[in-house]
Ligand binder design. Structure first.
Ligand SMILES: [Zn+2]
Length: 377
């Protein structure tokens, strides 16, 4: 989830500066706070009556399950509360001639689970796999594809972002790497700030562990964001396009004939959105969500995190962004400094069950980015 460019800045003796590490570590850490305590909700009522969506799953390992959501279309949905094998959602598309696998997940075991499940429904050759963006929970299992000769597609900037963000963590001294976040906890100016800092530290600790538990593997088919790409799987065409918002490397995979979209992390369904990537833009992301909202009313969305949903999921995340922006704007107009404002957002009752990975990866940076956008006007 973040953006990093760590390599030029990382000094293995001194560790990261606080800002660098946060940027860096947020990716991983984000998922290790509150989020891991909250089980995946059941399928929404809106989809319970949709004949395209199977009410039973075809595989269930606890950490993830797979459900049919269309003709040849499957969604792999993670339940982070049951373990960090996959962490993110994914899916696979099966045509008459070939299959496409989505996401590298958080570990090779996660990618293997999805491949094994594909083989329970079809023996067609795998044409390719695709990472919707470079973040660790979508790419740390890429080595599975490398080992199995599967061609791997991603946004043209993804490979470099993987290397810049995660290679410096591998083999780095843990105490040195985490020291700036420990300091952030010690230096917190209020109980609220301290809680936020502890969540960030927990997240960073987990990120460090995940990055050191895998072998990095890079996409070998860069997708030009201006052109996108298409996969003809035999009677089933997947259209890939780049949209702004979450990571600067985001791709969505659409099956227009069936009104099904795999959004990657451009949609967090029932979660606070992870905004800390240096290439994340709140305005760009809100534009993307507006575009999703303009698509067919019957569209099924497979989000990057959270349960499969219809347009109600898009409406809800737009409300979350509206609420963050409303509260931030009031503080901005009242002259509250950004360092204070980023900790002062109040979660309203209607979103109180929404996982917040860690404050410093979600709400805090959303407010910081909104301030920057307003200041540049
Ligand atoms: Zn992400």
């Amino acid at each position: 989830m973040l953006d990093l460019n760590l390599s030029p800045n990382f000094d293995s003796n001194k560790g990261y500066s606080r800002r660098q590490f946060i940027t860096h570590a947020s990716c991983f850490g984000a998922f290790y706070g509150l989020a891991k305590m909250i089980p995946l909700p059941a399928l929404a009522a809106e989809l319970a009556g949709d004949s395209r969506v199977s009410q039973t799953v075809i595989a269930d390992k606890g950490f993830a399950s797979v459900r049919k959501i269309g003709n040849g279309l499957y969604a792999t949905i993670s339940d982070y509360s049951k373990g960090p094998v996959t962490i993110c959602n994914g899916g696979f598309l099966v045509g008459k001639d070939a299959a496409l696998l989505l996401e590298g997940f958080a570990s090779p075991a996660g990618a293997a689970f999805q491949m094994d499940t594909l083989r329970t429904v079809s023996q067609v050759p795998v044409k390719a796999a695709l990472d919707t963006h470079y973040h660790f929970d979508h790419s740390m299992g890429n080595a599975f594809y490398g080992a199995n000769g599967v061609q791997l597609y991603a946004h043209a900037a993804a490979a470099k972002r993987i290397v810049d963000s995660y290679a410096p963590l591998q083999g780095a001294d843990k105490d040195a790497a985490l020291a700036p976040l420990e300091k952030q906890v010690r230096d917190a100016k209020s109980e609220t700030e301290k809680q936020h800092a502890q969540g960030d530290l927990g997240a960073a600790t987990s990120v460090y562990a995940i990055a050191n538990a895998t072998v990095l593997a890079l996409p070998n088919h860069p997708v030009d964001p201006a052109k996108g790409t298409k996969f003809d799987l035999g009677g089933l065409t997947a259209v890939v396009e780049s949209l702004p918002g979450h990571s600067g490397t985001d791709l969505v995979v659409r099956v227009p004939e069936q009104n099904v979209v795999y959004t990657g992390d451009l949609l967090f369904n029932g979660w606070y959105p992870v905004c800390f990537d240096e290439k994340a833009t709140v305005s760009g992301w809100r534009d993307t969500l507006k575009k999703f909202a303009s698509w067919n009313k019957e569209t099924i969305f497979v989000p990057g995190h959270g349960q499969v949903c219809g347009q109600e999921g898009i409406a809800t995340i737009r409300e979350v962004f509206d609420d963050i922006a409303d509260q931030a704007e009031k503080m901005f107009k009242a002259g509250v400094p950004v360092d204070e404002a980023q900790h002062r957002y109040v979660v309203p009752d209607k979103f109180k069950n929404f996982p917040i990975f860690a404050w410093g990866f979600t709400i805090g940076p959303a407010i910081t980015k909104l301030y920057a956008e307003w200041q540049s006007k």
